[in-house]
Design a protein around this ligand. Structure first.
Ligand SMILES: [Zn+2]
Length: 174
């Protein structure tokens, strides 16, 4: 009996640790939000938003509020993570470590600009909408159904991949 119980609780713990965290970043964390979106984490960000609204969204949508603000008054039922790190990369390392982000990393699945999930789009369908060099060199494209942006695995994508690789390596070596 004990065996079954502990097996069950193990399974439950496993599921909890694999649950993909969703975030809401405060108005000062735009770059951080884009990096999280690139990694596939649902991250709300508004360049201008009142604290009350931020807290409301965090509570209603069960998002982890990310901030460096020491003065923010925490409402009931809000999960908050106050970033210790001042710079972008250390802050991402801090989040990767705190929320086991390596387990739920799913790059190139979410629009970095508006947070919507990307959809694959045929290479033929993007011709004329991306620079000719791009449509000649790339065959994998994704599009954002909300803001219509088109993404391809170019230099920016490679840099982001490298950055996340570095982040996860640093977490592992801690
Ligand atoms: Zn978009």
């Amino acid at each position: 009996m004990d065996g079954i119980l502990s097996e069950k609780s193990l399974m439950r713990d496993d599921r909890v640790s694999r649950a993909k965290p969703a975030f809401i970043a405060d108005a000062h964390l735009g770059k951080l939000a884009r990096h999280l979106r690139f990694g596939g984490w649902d991250t709300l960000y508004f360049p201008s938003i009142a604290d009350g609204e931020l807290l409301n969204l965090a509570r209603i949508q069960e998002r982890i509020l990310l901030t460096r603000d020491r003065g923010i008054h925490l409402g009931k039922g809000v999960r908050l993570h106050r970033l210790e790190a001042e710079e972008l990369l250390p802050a991402l390392i801090e989040l990767a470590e705190t929320f086991d982000l390596a387990d739920t990393y799913d790059p190139f699945t979410r629009c970095m600009v508006c947070n919507t999930e990307l959809q694959p789009i045929e290479a033929d369908a993007v011709r004329g909408k991306v620079p000719p060099l791009v449509s000649r060199h790339f065959h994998t494209f994704k599009t954002c159904p909300h803001c219509q942006r088109i993404y391809w695995p170019g230099d920016h994508y490679q840099r982001m991949l490298e950055e996340w690789k570095e982040i996860f390596t640093q977490v592992q070596n801690k």
